[in-house]
Write a protein that binds this ligand. Sequence first.
Ligand code: PMP
Length: 401
Amino acid sequence: DYEVLPLPKPDTMFELLARFDKDTDPRKVNLAPGAYRDDNGLIWLLPSVKAATAAIISLPTYEHQYLGIQGHVPFLRQAARLILGDVAVETGHIASLQTSGGTGACHTGAVFLKKFHDVGGDVDVFISNPSWENHHAVFQHADFVTRSYRCYNAKTRSLDFAGMKADVDTARRGSIFVLHVCAHNPTGCDPTDEQWDELSRIFKRKGLYAFLDCAYQGFATGDLVRDKYAVEAFLREGVDMVVAQSFSKIAGLYGERLGALHIPCRSEFAKVRVVEQLKAINRREVSVAPRFGADIMYHVLSDEALKSQWISEVKIMSDRLSDMRRRLVAELQRLNTSCNWEHITKQRGMFSYTGLTAEQSRYMTDECHAYMPPSGRLSVTGLTTSNVEYVARCMDHVVRH
Ligand code: PMP
């Protein structure tokens, strides 16, 4: 009798956006988009991706055939180069699987670890507090008990590195830590390179497992190579890890569901086994990953000219986000708001933890029609040259009242 089924907890972000869509006020601003918007508030179809798509669909032989169970293997190799680097791909033993976006990579990584990460006892998964709101659910769905580790200091509105380090240092051997490679969602606060070095040494010493989730490579500094420093540091230390990679934001391929899971192995022998197990999981769950996005991105990544065009387009997105942060803070300073807003320019990537309280965020949403979640997370991509002044005035208003 399905009538007795409880309703699951609604997804707060999707609920908020549904309210935004219904709002008819001309001043309304969406400060919570999950997809990159340009300065006109529109989803940006990257010209490199558009060109690759046109090239693919004009092929007379394009036939929408199934991929193999592992996915688009040449694409996976290019994807691994991007996040793990050329050396790791040439000399290492990387087991890769194409997944349904970054969420699929997190899910399949979780299922794989539940089956095979055997440390002779219970293993907990540690998620940053706060984190992407789906992390706990995805790992719990794979039957893990999830816990939290500190990563954010609400007073300084910056990384709580001491707290993070202490939580890592006291975790049981074999524990899995889900780490945001860059552009932390939702705080925008990342460890520095030196802090990643330090963390990777603790992981190695304590026998911890790094689950490196990367949905925004290039969005933090505008440079895809610099943004993967965390992965480099953990690789260098030889920490056991998986990498979950998403192409949703960085290629604007949201609905195509393009992602990859990479697991560096110690030998070719181990890699073959890991790949076969990943394929077995995939076959049972979805059979094969979707093809179109992989064809498009392979075309971009394997063509030198298109690839460098795409790299510069990632920088355009990252630069616009930094620019909007600066403009918002400049507007707030112009209004002489009593608070210090410099954290907004120090945080990086698509999100900023503004420090607005749940009540202030509700006021922004209900009274100012500037929609943001109760956490006070600002999706910086919702800002444009035409609304940034209005948003600053709203923020000024809520902190004064
Ligand atoms: N991890 C993080 C940290 C994210 O922010 C997101 C998406 N917002 C994902 C994973 C999932 O990405 P995808 O949309 O590709 O499933």
